[in-house]
Design a protein around this ligand. Structure first.
Ligand code: ADP
Ligand code: MG
Length: 262
């Protein structure tokens, strides 16, 4: 559904993405891992149309997004793409429900409908009794679940998540991990996430490793396409993969995770 082809991006003299190509299939969870500075966030931002590449192609269900006019692109993004960031980026002066409803209001949905849909999503995400709280009155995990609800409100085709568990403790990380798994398995959602969290990467159908602006050769054992059956893929656990060139992934020092994997 998403074809990223031959993407290049520089910031000044710094070439951050060097000929990146990647296909994302429907109902697939793809995890992007790699050391800090590898270009993961830049790739995610380009794939999510928040940033423009210098060169390359981005085909979304066959439609070229590179070169699309800003206004059209914003509308496209609002309708088709959901984002979850490391820090929830909820608006502090609005309640959880209002924050979740916002992208629907921007899409032109009536306030009544948007608020109803927001409530439904918040209930599904276990936040029934938090809907009218402002972000400051919620825990980190609750805020991140609210951000996921916000990402889902316009029924996006794809969700991009940049370190979605990066600021959470292990109980909340497990919660988020379960939500992403359910999104794929129960709702057929496509997710691309950047993560240092090896347990979160463990739910992915495919793990893409990046270093120095490039995608490294595959580190999963899975070569084929992902179908919609629950498949147990043997993804190398980066925390156990010391000899497999994955040291950078653990050695990044952002957080120590994975000890509660089972
Ligand atoms: N807006 C920007 N302007 C200049 N340099 C940037 C910008 N965004 C990212 N970079 C640089 O690009 C490189 C890759 O950054 P990033 O994509 O954030 O990597 P990662 O998410 O893998 O840590 C880093 O060296 C970073 O400093
Ligand atoms: Mg990053």
């Amino acid at each position: 559904m998403l074809e990223i082809k031959n993407i290049y991006k520089s910031f000044g003299n710094l070439e951050v993405l060097k000929d990146i190509s990647l296909s994302i299939g429907k109902r697939e969870i793809v995890a992007i891992v790699g050391p800090s500075g590898a270009g993961k966030t830049t790739l995610l931002q380009i794939a999510g149309t928040l940033e423009k590449p210098d060169r390359g192609s981005l085909l979304f269900n066959g439609t070229e997004l590179i070169g699309m006019k800003d206004k059209k692109l914003s509308a496209f993004r609002n309708k088709n793409i959901g984002f979850v960031f490391q820090f929830h980026q909820l608006l502090p002066e609005f309640t959880a429900r209002e924050n979740v409803a916002l992208p629907a209001l921007i899409a032109g949905i009536s306030k009544k409908k948007a608020m109803e849909k927001a409530s439904e999503l918040l209930v599904q995400l276990g936040l029934a009794d938090r809907m009218d709280h402002k972000p400051s009155a919620m825990s980190g995990g609750e805020r991140q679940r609210t951000a996921i609800a916000r990402a889902l409100i316009n029924d996006p085709e794809i969700i991009f998540a940049d370190e979605p568990t990066g600021s959470l403790d292990s109980a909340n990380r497990e919660e988020i991990q379960k939500i992403f798994t359910d999104l794929r398995d129960k709702f057929g959602q496509t997710v691309v996430m950047v993560t240092h969290d090896s347990t979160l990467a463990g739910i992915a159908d495919r793990v893409i490793e990046m270093a120095d602006g490039r995608i490294l050769p595959a580190i999963t054992h899975d070569e084929g396409n992902i179908d919609d059956t629950e498949c147990s893929l043997s993804i190398i656990d980066p925390l156990d993969a010391g000899g497999n060139g994955s040291e950078d992934f653990v050695g990044d020092g952002v957080e120590e995770v994975g000890e509660s994997a089972d």
